[in-house]
Design a protein around this ligand. Sequence first.
Ligand code: HEC
Length: 139
Amino acid sequence: MLQMKHTLRTICLFTLLITSASWLGTLQKDTLQQSMKRGEEVYATSCANCHMPQGEGVEGAFPPLAKTVYLKNQKRAIDIILHGQEGEIVVNGKTYNVPMAAMNHLTDQQVADVLNYVSNTWGNKNPMIKPVQVKTARK
Ligand code: HEC
């Protein structure tokens, strides 16, 4: 009898451990889709006024984000948001030279989210950026 009680208690503890571990797992897992969804809102308030709602930009002034190669290099993309971008650049065969101000008032999470959104929308496809990468680039 005592033996059975002991076994039961072990099983209970074990089950509890497994359920809490998988529960924690779902809490911690931030998918690209979730990040992009948050990023879509950041884009609408912080980027769309220049880069346009569909990332098409404005010729001669604001370069497009749709199909741009500038998002291929994660470090470069993060730097553009945190430190701004100045000087002549060529995007999709057209030249632009209007400075973009740094947007370092955005949180690490917001920068990661907005980049995940623009890097995986309008025909772009890139690996997920994590907030810790933004944190490192801030210094
Ligand atoms: C006030 C207008 C403005 C806002 C707001 C703005 N940008 Fe820009 N952005 C520019 C301009 C202008 C350039 C080109 C800079 C140059 O000519 O060197 C640029 C360049 C870029 C580039 C590199 C070139 C390209 O098209 O691939 C990226 C990436 C970018 N911006 C992303 C963003 C993101 C993401 C946001 C929102 C967090 C944002 N920008 C907000 C004006 C803006």
